[in-house]
Design a protein around this ligand. Structure first.
Ligand code: ADP
Ligand code: MG
Length: 255
């Protein structure tokens, strides 16, 4: 059995039509394996969000295909597979306050994805465990509303919510970008702990800053103008970047 969980094959994505059309992805292949942590890096506008949204079935490719456990999620035939991917994935966005309902306490936000999946008797235990893994003291934060949380605390609640169902694949798109510099290390730690607690889970982390993701990624995928210009194991790419653009990113890295 293949350990490939998600795969993009020859993915193109064009936005708009005619004179104003824009080719955001120009033929991208990407493989994500069980237990792997892949960082997709590149400057703003290089196509990272477009690629990863398509990979997680949140948008459609213009041409090309996406496979979840070897079967296409695109088109009518892929519908069942797409729904299976949705159930098996968690997503963390840049701004935690946009992904948390302001009327819900932190515990309610984390419990909600479980309501359809788990017997009521087990929910409290799972929510406590998710708080613990995400690096938040449940006793202190469970009953707080988003407005009473800092950005870093709210993002850890969003991480707990994304992983509470034990997803096979987790996407985090610029999870540190909206967080105070001082609190970013807590987000990195939180994502690290989520991996440790779910060794088979695959993780895709998007960032324009190589500095923050090099500590959580096994592999790096470098995007530039809608293409992957370099990829490989994190330490190998950092030590021997082959593309000029990768060298620029390494020089600009914040940590
Ligand atoms: P990144 O995440 O690397 O910053 P994106 O994937 O968001 O880049 O965007 C890649 C390119 O596609 C950019 O030029 C962006 O303006 C364009 N783009 C992204 N989404 C849309 C959209 N919904 N409509 C039109 N253009 C888009
Ligand atoms: Mg983006």
């Amino acid at each position: 059995m293949s350990d490939v969980v998600l795969e993009a094959r020859g993915v193109h994505k064009t936005f708009g039509r005619g004179k104003t059309h824009h080719e955001a992805l120009r033929g991208v292949d990407l493989v994500v394996r069980e237990g792997q942590s892949v960082a997709v890096i590149g400057e703003s506008g290089s196509g990272k969000s477009t690629l990863t949204r398509i990979l997680f079935g949140l948008d459609c490719p213009t041409t090309g295909d996406v496979l979840f456990h070897g079967r296409s999620i695109t088109g009518k035939e892929g519908r069942e597979r797409l729904l299976a991917l949705r159930r098996a994935s968690g997503v963390v966005y840049q701004n935690p306050f946009e992904s948390l309902d302001p009327r819900w306490t932190a515990a309610q936000s984390v419990a909600e994805p479980l309501l359809a999946q788990v017997a009521d008797a087990n929910i409290d235990e799972r929510v406590d465990e998710a708080f613990r893994v995400a690096g938040l003291d449940a006793g202190r934060y469970a009953n707080r509303f988003p407005m009473d949380l800092s950005g870093g605390q709210a993002q850890r609640v969003a991480i707990a919510r994304a992983m509470v169902t034990s997803p096979q694949v987790l996407l985090a798109d610029e999870p540190m970008s909206a967080i105070d510099v001082a609190a970013r290390v807590q987000i990195v730690d939180s994502l690290r702990r989520v991996r440790e607690a779910n060794p088979d889970m695959a993780m895709v982390v998007v960032s324009h800053d190589l500095g923050v993701v090099q500590h959580i990624a096994d592999r790096l995928v470098v995007m530039h103008n809608g293409l992957v210009v370099e990829r490989g194991e994190t330490h190998a790419v950092l030590r021997h970047p082959t593309h000029e653009y990768t060298r620029t990113l390494i020089a600009a890295a914040s940590w």
